[in-house]
Design a protein around this ligand. Structure first.
Ligand SMILES: C[S@@+](CC[C@H](N)C(=O)[O-])C[C@H]1O[C@@H](n2cnc3c(N)ncnc32)[C@H](O)[C@@H]1O
Ligand SMILES: [Zn+2]
Length: 140
């Protein structure tokens, strides 16, 4: 019998990086699956106009699954949509291409109280200056 997947406890709260972020409420071991990035599965042709609309308000909600599909967390998203970007992340992304599930996983041991961050790896407009650290030159 397969073991039930118990996900670690996390919370959304104000972040120093931007707006809300997501924080660990307990120690999370390396590689542990933390949460899936939920959202409506949409074809990339349809996603572009939505992405432009969100970006005009300074927001990135659409996660590219592959060359055909994206998930739009603005529709049916969960708390994962508040996970901020860092160029020095403590989480990594695993995509199950069969189910198109996007898992946020721990890249190292994450202590209680630390903010969860992953590398957005954006390839779009590069309109938002990254605030992951002073003088970071990355644009999201
Ligand atoms: C998926 S949302 C993350 C949640 C967001 N903090 C909020 O409160 O809505 C992505 C947006 O957060 C902001 N963001 C995330 N990481 C950032 C960073 N390292 N530097 C600057 N802005 C960031 C950008 O505006 C981006 O469009
Ligand atoms: Zn950065």
């Amino acid at each position: 019998m397969s073991e039930a997947l118990v996900l670690p406890k996390i919370e959304r709260k104000q972040s120093r990086l931007h707006g809300y972020g997501v924080f660990a409420l307990e120690t999370i071991n390396k590689n542990k699956r933390i949460i899936d990035y939920a959202g409506e599965l949409i074809n990339n042709k349809r996603s572009e106009s939505r992405e432009d609309r969100y970006l005009s308000r300074g927001c990135i909600w659409v996660f590219r699954v592959n060359r055909n599909w994206s998930r739009d967390a603005a529709v049916g998203g969960n708390v994962a949509r508040f996970v901020n970007h860092s160029c020095r992340p403590n989480c990594w992304i695993e995509v199950d291409q069969k189910t198109k599930t996007i898992w946020i996983r721990a890249a190292k041991q994450i202590r209680k109280g630390q903010e969860l961050v992953y590398d957005y790896n954006t390839d779009g407009d590069k309109a938002i200056p990254c605030k992951c650290r002073p003088k970071c030159k990355t644009k999201l």
